[in-house]
Design a protein around this ligand. Structure first.
Ligand SMILES: N[C@@H](CCC(=O)N[C@@H](CS)C(=O)NCC(=O)O)C(=O)O
Length: 200
């Protein structure tokens, strides 16, 4: 039985999972949930969220759970750093990115008046400061190799650029360098493209 990913090409959490699949070179089929307005997803899972996997007959929901499951069953090209301390830190950063940066993305996307825009910019600004420090002198956060922490952060920044159409201010040089490094690592021609390569 094939692995099926219920996918929305514009979802940052789906992009996160597509990168993990590609890194591990695990083949999968895509079910585009936009094609039938999530009808087949609802029929299969009784809920609306993507990414969802039909994993050889087993239903697996949530990008963090899916990524951990792929790591367990396909340990090649690990998405976690070496050592328990760094692994714990990596999981915490993944969670921060998925729960906190998404909030800033939604705030920016929904801002429909100057005050709301200013608030959303202030929210992102504090995260850009954090990220700029995190990536000072580093290609990736851990051991100079891409982990799920970098993948989660990239997915949020990429969504900010492509869907929200907000550019990271030029002063955050390390954030820009990280985005360019990820663009090259993921072999994207341009940051405007979404990631859908079957392998890396
Ligand atoms: N924590 C979840 C979040 C998933 C999520 O929020 N997915 C959004 C798309 S980015 C979705 O499918 N929303 C549709 C809905 O809630 O109806 C994950 O990491 O997978």
């Amino acid at each position: 039985m094939a692995i099926k990913l219920f996918n929305s090409q514009t979802s940052m959490f789906c992009e996160k999972v597509r990168v993990v699949f590609a890194l591990k070179k695990v083949p999968y089929e895509v079910v585009d949930v936009r094609a039938d307005e999530r009808k087949s997803l609802l029929e299969y899972t009784n809920q609306r969220k993507v990414p969802t996997l039909n994993y050889n007959g087993e239903c697996v929901i949530d990008s963090t759970v899916i990524s951990a499951r792929l790591e367990r069953d396909h340990p090649q090209n690990s998405i976690y750093p070496e050592g328990a301390n760094n692994k714990g830190l990596c999981l915490a950063i993944e969670d921060w990115s998925d729960e906190v940066l998404i909030h800033a993305n939604h705030a920016m996307r929904r801002a429909d008046n100057p005050e709301a825009k200013q608030e959303a910019e202030a929210e992102w600004d504090s995260h850009f400061k954090t990220l700029d420090q995190m990536y000072t002198g580093k290609k990736f956060i851990f051991d100079n190799r891409m982990t799920i922490a970098d993948i989660s952060i990239f997915s949020e920044l990429h969504y900010l650029y492509t869907a929200v159409k907000y550019e990271v201010p030029a002063q955050y040089k390390n954030v820009h360098a990280f985005l360019e490094n990820m663009r090259q690592t993921l072999k994207l021609k341009s940051l405007a493209d979404s990631f859908d390569a079957p392998s890396l």
